[in-house]
Design a protein around this ligand. Structure first.
Ligand code: LLP
Length: 420
């Protein structure tokens, strides 16, 4: 498959555009995110192709990246959406996702959020006993199509912060309580229709056989629940497919590999498959670009100090995540290759974008990028140190470049303190 970002003669390109040219043309003087619209399409199509011949819904997990243009693009491609807050639901509606192909997830959904979901016919996951009570209440607005989020206790073998389907996790319901849920749902036929089961194991998963482990378990639940007279249609296996953050030539499972682990089970049981990918749809569509402020050495450590930081991209600081870093212009012929920490200006030692990276010593004012910045990067950006959130651009499918989000300004911030 074509890659969105490539380097030729030392210059990095997004599709056919030199990133350095984009910086000049758009007058960019602050760190920024850049996306490839074509790569968004290619990633979506990879799932579409993987699902061919299988009744299915692709639900893009909006939490990974909520840029309006990106949402609109996925909605145009026919994607559904996976939502975790009332605001995500409102934005999904604004971007024209079909609400009946949207799923509302969460362990703390609020009554007014559930009412809104009910009103629009969104599929809702039942996460706990109190959640079911609130869903029944919302069902008085309009009958809710609901799924049971099962906690299958399958180990996804990922960082503990992004594992969700293990038995002590705060998400989902456990087997021993199933009886209570079914009885309660049966006694509210006008408010709730149970249409499926859901599980989500975790994120950054690179061993897809565990999706099969989980699906086998889920099919047992489906059998048991169907025997109780419920007409189940959906098996929702969540999101979680990992991507190649290391850029070291590893071969990782594709959406087709993932879907093939559950395809037969879905068919044999007459089900519609729902999947909830976030990262694997958006991560590799973007780079986060920062300008070099200077280079320094302390003790045994060399540092490249850039104008981007943990405020704009926190995954390395928060999870110790690796995201590949490269310069976007050729270094001077005599540039020494050394091992650097790439750090930002934020007043925290945890403020780094990359540790121990072998790089040609960059010149002041040149730019470098952090790869795979499309998922959980801008979406998790903050204004820590009063750094205003950066702009986003994309290279469109027609080859032109456009801004798809304004940079926040200090005036935006001052507004929070007006007329108090
Ligand atoms: N469905 C549910 C119920 C989820 O909780 C998640 C992500 C997804 C789908 C999408 O998972 P994905 O395909 O993106 O792995 N901030 C962390 C990731 C948190 C993921 C939370 N749940 C990170 O930056 O790695």
């Amino acid at each position: 498959a074509a890659a969105a970002y490539s380097t030729k003669d030392g210059f990095m390109y997004c599709e056919n555009e030199r990133i350095q040219d984009i910086i000049v043309k758009e007058n960019i003087d602050w760190c920024f995110y850049l996306y490839s619209q074509s790569q968004l399409t290619r990633n979506y199509q990879a799932y579409q192709q993987a699902l061919e011949g299988l009744p299915s819904i692709i639900g893009y997990a909006i939490k990974a990246n909520n840029n309006y243009k990106i949402l609109e693009h996925f909605a145009n491609l026919g994607s559904g959406a996976v939502l975790v807050s009332g605001n995500e639901l409102k934005m999904a509606l604004k971007a024209k996702f079909d609400p009946t192909r949207c799923v509302f997830n969460g362990n703390g959904k609020l009554q007014e959020e559930l009412n809104l979901a009910a009103e629009h016919g969104v599929l809702v996951n039942i996460d706990s006993e109190f959640d079911l009570d609130h869903i029944i209440e919302a069902g008085r607005v309009r009958k809710v199509r609901a799924m049971l989020r099962i906690n299958p206790d399958v180990d996804p073998q990922v960082h503990p912060y992004v594992a969700t389907g293990n038995k002590n996790s705060k998400f989902g319901i456990r087997n021993e309580k199933l009886r209570n849920f079914l009885d309660k749902i049966k006694s509210h036929p006008n408010e709730v229709e149970l249409v499926g089961v859901h599980c989500h194991l975790g994120s950054t998963i690179t061993k897809v056989n565990i999706f099969n482990d989980a699906a086998l378990l889920m099919v047992e639940y489906i059998d048991a629940i169907r025997k109780e007279g419920f007409n189940l249609q959906f098996l929702n296996i969540g999101g979680g497919l990992g991507i190649d953050y290391y850029h070291a030539g590893a071969v990782l499972p594709t959406p087709t590999d993932l879907i093939n682990t559950v395809r037969d089970l879905v068919k044999e049981n007459g089900l519609t498959l729902i999947i909830e990918p976030g990262r694997s749809l958006v991560a590799n569509t973007s780079v986060f670009a920062s300008q070099v402020v200077g280079v320094k050495t302390n003790g045994n450590k060399n540092f490249v100090v850039v104008n981007g930081s943990m405020s704009e991209l926190i995954r390395p600081s928060l999870y110790g995540a690796y995201q590949h870093i490269e310069l976007i212009t050729p270094p001077p012929a005599d540039a020494k290759v050394e091992v650097f920490d790439v750090v930002g200006p934020v007043c925290e030692s945890a403020d780094f974008l990359g540790k121990d990276r072998e790089l040609p010593t960059p010149v002041e004012g040149s730019w470098l990028v952090v790869h795979d910045a499309g998922a959980y990067c801008m979406a998790m950006a903050s204004t820590y140190n009063l750094r205003m959130r950066p702009a986003e651009y994309w290279v469109k499918e027609d080859g032109s470049t456009a801004k798809i989000r304004h940079a926040e300004t200090l005036d935006d911030h001052y507004r929070y303190f007006e007329n108090l």
